[in-house]
Ligand binder design. Sequence first.
Ligand code: F6P
Length: 457
Amino acid sequence: MATVLVASNRGPVSYVRRDDGTLDARRGGGGLVSGLSAVAAEDSLWVCAALGDGDREAVRRGVAEPGVRMLDIDPGVYDDAYNGIANSVLWFLHHHLYDVPREPVFDAEFRRRWASYRAYNRAFAEALAEAAEDGACVLVQDYHLALVPGQLRELRPDLRIGHFTHTPWASPDSLRMLPQDVREELVRGMLGADELGFHTWSWAQAFVSGSRLDDEGRTARVRVYPLGVDGEDLRALAYRPAVDERLARLREETGGRRTIARVDRTELSKNILRGLLAYRELLMVHPEWRGRVVHLASAYPSRQDLEAYRSYTAAVTELAEEINAEFGTPDWQPVLVSVRDDFTRSLAVYRMADVALVNPVRDGMNLVAKEIPVVSEAGCALVLSDGAGAYEELREDALTVNPYDVTATAEALHQALSMPSAERAERTKRLAAAATALPPQQWFRKQLEALRALPEE
Ligand code: F6P
């Protein structure tokens, strides 16, 4: 039985089946993993979904890391819940991504998938109910598991339940697109928690204004915990010989020119296409930068089961090729795109970038905006959209833009490239201080303490 439990779709470990049939456990990185390991006691448990064949095989063979329980959910139910609802409906609503003349369509197929989403949440609620000690604290993560707090509260009213949303929360108008009963089920599910956490005040307020229900339910407290980065850990990772080597190679490839960097998943909400259009406009309107700057765009392939993501990834590569064809010369390639999961390269890019472009249309936090100033060698000017959660903490020392305004973004890139190096270094220092204000371990511990401090019911 556990006294601290975490629940998330993606867990801290995943298994890959080797050719000889044995299983290789790969520990994931990220804030949650380091946050939990800081407080992990013998009696803590992380409940997550088995995501691929390797994970399912591990569950079947009874292979498990200490403190981790993977749920082998029926693959069809899982696909409906993860791809069909979490990533195609909830993600789109929270990030305002719908192409409204065509989407969303809430039909019988949607209802079928919603039932799977409910069942997938239920599998988590049951596993948590079974494993939790009396009065234990449960920290449920993200939009995949929005119904868990309510379902778990019904099964185990004695538990202290927190839910944290890592995405933005949909504006009330966007949330109202959902069929009324589904919207109410979603909100009621969330309100099963004692405390609801968000990265920013904007997302917390959106939740409060869009979540009024007609009946009198229980009250949940809404709080803001803006996740930051662990500066020491990140610098230790970024200043390793493997990264030094990549850096030397990248410096050769870019010929010592100035660099504008971006690092994202191939994700619709990251606004990569408008970022490329802004770079093109910069080269058109400020021809003095031609031949003197390189745009390093790194994108990790993501959610390629969804057609919208596959075609977006293709569109990014095509636009980069167009820009290269339009402006490139025999000794200068204006854009270098890397569509690969390559963290070593990203760290090298973080160290060398003169300018970072972080222009999502909407983003829960965006940790890249926080990581770059922490790792930068000589200072990096940050062009940051007002749609990123990080905007609330970083806006004073960033050059801020409306993510839809390509011309303003091009102008901000010009200003960033023209910024005197002393000013850039000063701003970077202040950005790094803001970025490390609430590192993952403290972020996690604060939420746990808040749950523990709740009065007994
Ligand atoms: O909150 C958004 C989030 O869950 C992040 O934690 C993570 O960066 C991203 O989405 C990953 O998505 P997926 O698990 O679908 O690859």
